[in-house]
Design a protein around this ligand. Sequence first.
Ligand code: DIR
Ligand code: MN
Ligand code: MN
Ligand code: MN
Length: 297
Amino acid sequence: KPISIIGMPLDLGQGRRGVDMGPSAIRYALAQQMLIDLGYEVEDLGDLHVPSPESIKIGDPHLKYLDAIRHVNEELANTVSEVVTKGRFPLVFGGDHSMAIGTVAGVAKHYRRLGLIWFDAHGDLNTGETSPSGNIHGMSLAISLGLGHSDLVQIGGFAPKVLPEHTVIIGARELDLGERQLIRELGIKVFTMHEIDRIGMAKVMEEAITIASNGTDGVHLSLDLDGLDPNDCPGVGTPVPGGMTYRESHLAMEMLAESKILTSAEFVEVNPILDRENHTAQVAVALMGSVFGKKVL
Ligand code: DIR
Ligand code: MN
Ligand code: MN
Ligand code: MN
């Protein structure tokens, strides 16, 4: 399938500046050329317009920048939906993880039974009530599941976008109290670092692919670079030690490529200001290569 790149220079969903430059950093790491070299037809639709935090009001401290985040995610949902309509693969560069609200909404409009694989150190399963930070990037998975502020849940005009039984979290190692409760209540499958250590990434991915594809029409990959170990990906706003290694992450992407189930993908939370010589963006592009079928031999 031909690929359409969309940049989402969004940093309103979290506390540290710089992640709005993520799309530039990923482009600077030659994402488009890498995909062309793999034989894809690739267009870059450029960045969506996102207001800077200095130009707007923070609003409710439990849901910081709610209005702006709703607005830009509606636009992202429409852009992603148009890309899918044209028979192309949406590949979105971020930007903080609150953008998944829009990406998932845009894809789920076409794939009403969507599976979701969420690579992350975190659960992103907070709501305005449970969030310790008020940062919406820690709520985007809950919103996609239909839980949280209705302005966000209703983006795209329908909810939920995905069901808990079609959702898998991989790489979690820092979950808030409300998130742990929600995971138990909804029965969401979470492969924490413990399971990855214990049974290995190959087995984790076999199970994850089965869960996300069972009874769905396709699977969206939402990859937060903080899922990887901070040694490999220092350029993220909320690093958590003990993450997935470079090789484990590649194996996961390679297995996703082999499964041929992906409808769409996003690579988020790249923060060039906190990075070393654009290393995190380079890792993102390398992982993208594996997602799109790059092989050694
Ligand atoms: C934390 C951090 N759970 C919060 N979340 C992050 O603010 O809700 N997600 N960093 O990627
Ligand atoms: Mn995240
Ligand atoms: Mn995270
Ligand atoms: Mn946060």
